[in-house]
Design a protein around this ligand. Structure first.
Ligand code: PSU
Ligand code: MN
Length: 315
């Protein structure tokens, strides 16, 4: 808690929703959820519908959802429905990675948190399991642009489990897998030995480790703790083949999107939202449907892993 200039009422800088705080202290399952996918990853009005659906599926699997965002300078861990609506509809929500958080809070601004910022805040609040769509990673022109998401370096030092459908297919997937190795971030395929390709079931890259149920993922979490390892574990959960985006449509949209980003001089943190928006427009909603499907499925699996972990810690 920080006092506002000494004179006026104190401002809470971090507020954990009471339901989340209670679950964390009781050792009950909690799943952290990111907010950039709501504000910058999905178009309105579907973004709010999907955000609510993600929370609902976490609850239906017996875990408490904790969507994380910064509203008017307060870091909120677990949102009310009004706050979730604010993230989805307000025009003043910026995209915040870890480095942006201090400025956002100090200015009393509002922000959606990326995978990096969400995992850091979640871990500080005692939440171990986190669900998203696809991680950030190494961009295709990184050799020249040096554009690599802070999701990677943050996960290298943050002991969470991130359930995702691999990394966004707009990225250089092979290079990102190499960086995950360098940063000591474990990658476990969920019922697969192939690294998922976000909108696509298979990115074409193999992975070394596979788990077949939530209890196996919880075993790996327990072993990580015993070993004193403090990097993240990625649980890669592919979208089912029947629900993936048509690979030809995907490849055409990607080529066009990368050219268009280049032609317009889109750089830095605008690249990812620009490319995702491009996909949603040119595929006439097919990529949106795939994105919504995979993120809801990831939230469901995260809730099951959080439950398995909670059970294992009690026995
Ligand atoms: N996954 C999605 N949609 C998204 C993102 C991930 O399905 O919008 C967001 C995440 O918040 C991720 C961010 O952390 O994109 C990565 O952005 P950048 O490449 O600028 O680090
Ligand atoms: Mn970037």
């Amino acid at each position: 808690m920080i006092h506002n200039g000494g004179a006026s009422a104190p401002i809470e800088r971090i507020v954990v929703h009471p339901e989340v705080a209670e679950a964390v202290s009781a050792g009950d399952p909690v799943v952290a959820l990111e907010s950039t996918i709501i504000s910058h990853g999905l178009p309105r009005p579907e973004n709010l519908r999907v955000a609510r659906e993600i929370e609902a599926i976490v609850r239906s699997r017996g875990a408490v959802p904790a969507t994380i965002a910064v509203l008017d300078g307060t870091v909120c861990v677990g949102l009310t429905d009004q706050q979730l609506t604010d993230v989805a509809t307000r025009d003043d929500i910026v995209k915040a990675s870890v480095r942006d958080l201090p400025a956002v809070v100090a200015r009393s601004a509002s922000a959606a948190t990326t995978v990096a910022a969400t995992s850091l805040i979640a871990r500080n609040a005692g939440i171990e399991v986190f669900a998203t769509g696809g991680l950030g990673g190494v961009h295709r022109q990184a050799r020249d642009s040096w554009d690599e998401s802070a999701d990677l370096t943050t996960l290298g030092t943050t002991p969470v489990v991130v359930v995702c459908s691999g990394v966004k297919s707009i990225l250089d997937v092979g290079a990102t897998l190499e960086r995950l190795e360098t940063l000591n971030i474990a990658v476990l395929g969920y019922q697969t030995s192939k690294f998922p390709g976000f909108y696509l079931t298979d990115s074409g890259h193999p992975i070394d480790w596979r788990v077949d149920d939530p209890a196996e993922a919880a075993d790996v979490m327990a072993a990580r703790e015993v070993l004193g390892i403090t990097s993240a574990i990625v649980v890669a959960n592919p979208i089912p083949m029947e629900e993936q985006l048509d690979p030809d449509i995907h490849d055409a949209a990607l080529t066009e999107g990368l050219n268009s980003a280049d032609a317009r001089g889109i750089t830095g943190k605008d690249v990812t939202p620009f490319l995702l928006d491009h996909f949603h427009r040119v595929t006439h909603g097919a990529s949106l449907m795939a994105n919504a499907t995979l993120v809801v499925r990831n939230a469901e699996l995260a809730a099951r892993i959080a439950s398995a972990r909670s059970l294992a810690q009690r026995s």
